[in-house]
Write a protein that binds this ligand. Structure first.
Ligand SMILES: NC(=O)c1ccc[n+]([C@@H]2O[C@H](COP(=O)([O-])OP(=O)(O)OC[C@H]3O[C@@H](n4cnc5c(N)ncnc54)[C@H](OP(=O)(O)O)[C@@H]3O)[C@@H](O)[C@H]2O)c1
Length: 328
């Protein structure tokens, strides 16, 4: 493993771009656990980071990829040994620490999650940060009384990575799901993975009153901006919203009325720094009661060479589901 392939991101004359390079072990960011990467994945944050569209990376050059799964080669931390299968996502991966687009990774032992027995390394990365975020959002809304008996659940930005996995998981739990998408050609796909009905964002009448007709018992939002504001105005009394994304904007203009007259709860979801006991619990659920039933339809494989084109497509809302990056 002295020399190996990695996708490194550079800032050259204030232009951010990435390419496949030959890397060396000694160049990798420090950590106790070295592993051979089997798969990584592509999240929206990876596309923002690798193209410079978002200021994600804190030091250049850096190997990209906020997700990785693989097999331990060596560990100076007694919790892990050669041969262990592990997942490493979040924290500073692909942000300030070399990430998963690399045949070998070296990471702090505190960031490592043992691969649950009922998941393969491929499945772990078909889920990745997207699946983890969907499961964490479901877990948090359940703690806020979300229940299939309460009414319809809306999933916004429905063909995205987090959203497709969220739909699949919610359907498994017995929820009635309304998917909202900007892609008119994907309605059948969304129904196949578990949506009960699909609304086109292009023809959505969002109204403008502080409180509109109460429609949703719960909502999962990848989009932010006007769409999230509309959700606050259309929740049922005591409805719960998980806000985890900003694919459509970072602003939120609404009033306090949904919160004080309908008791709507807006729950923030941050996958990056969840405390480890909760992180392990959520990964345990991803391997059991929340394990998606349509991963084969949602996930597909690409290579490191495909990354630049895929990032561009993702930033234009042109992708569907989850790209798993085959590393070795
Ligand atoms: N909080 C966290 O810890 C966390 C973790 C993971 C992801 N995220 C965030 O969650 C969001 C989704 O991530 P992802 O990896 O699932 O990305 P993704 O696969 O690119 O999904 C985003 C989806 O949002 C919709 N969309 C894109 N641009 C839009 C626009 N301008 N207006 C309305 N809808 C738009 C599209 O779905 P349709 O075409 O079907 O509408 C798109 O497929 C991102 O903002 C990401 O940064 C946050």
């Amino acid at each position: 493993m002295d020399k190996f392939k990695a996708y490194r991101i550079f800032n050259e004359n204030n232009k951010i771009s990435g390419r496949v390079v030959t890397a060396e072990r000694d160049e990798l960011a420090a950590g106790e656990v070295v592993f051979k990467t089997a798969y990584s994945s592509v999240n929206y944050k990876d596309a923002l980071a690798a193209t410079g569209t978002g200021k994600i990376i804190r030091n250049y050059p850096l190997i990209g990829g906020i997700d990785a799964a693989g097999t331990v080669v060596s560990s100076s931390d007694s919790r892990y040994k050669a041969g262990d299968k592990i997942i490493c996502t979040s924290y500073d991966m692909g942000v300030a620490h070399d990430g998963g687009y690399s045949e070998y990774c070296r990471v702090p032992a505190d960031w490592v999650v043992p691969l649950p027995t009922d998941l393969s390394l491929f499945e772990a990365m078909a889920l990745g940060t997207a699946g983890y975020t969907a499961a964490l959002a479901i877990h948090l809304l359940e703690q806020n009384d979300m229940d299939p008996a309460n009414g319809k659940v809306l999933v916004n930005g429905a063909t995205g990575g987090v959203a497709t996995l969220c739909i699949d998981m919610l359907a498994r739990l017995g929820y009635q799901i309304t998917a909202v998408t900007g892609k008119d050609g994907e309605h059948e796909f969304l129904k196949k993975i578990g949506a009960t009905e699909v609304l086109s964002r292009k023809t959505l009448n969002m109204g403008s009153r502080p409180l509109e007709k109460a429609l949703w018992a719960a909502a999962f939002d990848s989009v932010g901006g006007e769409q999230l504001a509309w959700l606050t105005r259309t929740m049922q009394p005591h409805g719960v919203i998980a806000s985890f994304g900003n694919a459509g904007g970072i602003e939120l203009k609404t009033t306090v009325l949904p919160f004080i007259l309908r008791g709507v709860r807006l729950i923030g979801v941050d996958s990056g720094f969840t405390p480890m006991p909760l992180r392990r619990k959520v990964w345990g659920r991803l391997a059991t009661d929340l394990k998606p039933r349509h991963l084969d339809e949602i996930a597909f494989t690409i290579t490191m060479d495909d990354l630049p084109g895929y990032f561009e497509k993702m930033l234009k809302a042109g992708t569907r589901g989850r790209a798993v990056v085959r590393i070795s």
